[in-house]
Ligand binder design. Sequence first.
Ligand SMILES: Nc1ncnc2c1ncn2[C@@H]1O[C@H](COP(=O)(O)OP(=O)(O)OP(=O)(O)O)[C@@H](O)[C@H]1O
Length: 514
Amino acid sequence: MATLNNTTSPTPSILPQVSVLDFFMPGSTSMITTIELVLSMNNYARPLFVCLLLLLPGRHICRYIWGLAETYFASTVHVSQSSEVYDMVVLWVASQPFAHRARSSLAHVGWRRTFSSESDKQKKPLSYSPWDGTFYFMYENHLFWFRSAEKDAGYRKEEAITVSGFGSPAVLKQFFDHCRDEYLKLTENKTTVFEHQEGKWKRTKVRSIRPLSTVVMKEEEKKELVEDIEGFLDSGARMWHTNRGIPYRRGYLLYGPPGTGKSSLCLSIAGRFDLDVYVLNISDIDARAMNTLLTELPSRCVLLLEDVDAIGITQPRQAEANTERAKKDSAKPEGKLPLSNLLNALDGISSHEGRLLMMTTNHIDHLDPALIRAGRTDKRIELPHADKDVMFRLFCMVFKRSTSDIQDPGKPTEDDAAIEQYAHEFVGKLPELEFSPAEIQSFLLEHRGSARIAVEKAQQWMARTREERKKMKRADSFVRVSDLLHFTKQIARILLDWGGKSIHICVGLIANSS
Ligand SMILES: Nc1ncnc2c1ncn2[C@@H]1O[C@H](COP(=O)(O)OP(=O)(O)OP(=O)(O)O)[C@@H](O)[C@H]1O
């Protein structure tokens, strides 16, 4: 109790003096009061109070010391979201225990499954990665910390991460190599497809490699293509080209009607040579963005330009330069990339060496000769509608048993000889070069439970498909007629307008002259 009395009694006696002090040193009154309060505290309260007082600046001091240590002794690697390294690190981090304990996380739908071979049983599985904070972990007995935050990347926000650690930068690099190895394990036997978004390459799909044998086409042509690419990707090929001053690039054009396997062949080739596919959507970008994207391509990859006839770059260059209309066209949002820019980017000084260019088109005759001249397009491969051989092989591919198929034990299965027999019957019922492999495959899949039923229904399907095509053609020609009517109306309106104006001018002139 005595102590309590002591704490209260001195305060009023010093007030008159401190108010004068306060005049010269604002805040000194309360400081002196606090000191007196501490001095008058009992033995337990005093150290407790002192500890609390120390703790407050202590936190700042610690942070300051940590900052200094980080600046002078830690190594840091920065990774932006648009880089593939981001996936490597975040995938590794997401699989670590500290990530599961993180109180702040970013949720993703089906993200890890993109890479792994987990079954698709679960609908929209969620995965989490630590987000917005600092997360500490041990790697090879070194303390590392991972930070993620949103950063300003010019006109938009971009997620960025940093990984830091004390000690030699070599350990940090070793950590990144480890993340890379884990990532490569996940993408083994997979083809990664990149597309561009906001001027940056972004991984959009990771697909299981499609075996080349599943793309049904003329075998000699396929073999020739594979050998050509093998030669191009050979370890000594780059030097060979350099020594002879020949640009180290190769271009292929795959052409044919829709659904004949052009895209499938590109993906399959990429898988066969363990290359990633970069899909360039030309209708979406201007010349500058395209140049930047091309310079960011890795040293070995497939650059895919799909439907080159349909992207507004097909006008011959002469016409492009001369006609007013072409100038107007080039201002349109679609096809805003002039052909000359594309050609320069593909094989000009700044173009990328070591890439495989694959272009696909449904209309080779619509293409500018400059785009498909030798040197830009080294090989042209036609993928036509299905002939007898293609139909036969498609049939066998769908119905023959594969060793990795999961068999239904209750279901009788036909042996390969019987399937081949059915395949011959099937081929006999359909005409050559009328249907695309995609159409035939789709029909066969409809009846994949029974080869016999597929054969029985083949002619019915053929008649139905022909009928559907006729209807589509009629609808198409109707659209064309209505387009023509619309066009005629426009012309008539312009003529009337023009005629009206001329009469008006003539009347005006006559009136003036009289
Ligand atoms: N030659 C083929 N061999 C095996 N499958 C094929 C073949 N052609 C088409 N298909 C199948 O048809 C579907 C469509 O094929 P794909 O997209 O490769 O055709 P495409 O020629 O690129 O068509 P488009 O010109 O419309 O882009 C795919 O599922 C593919 O498996």
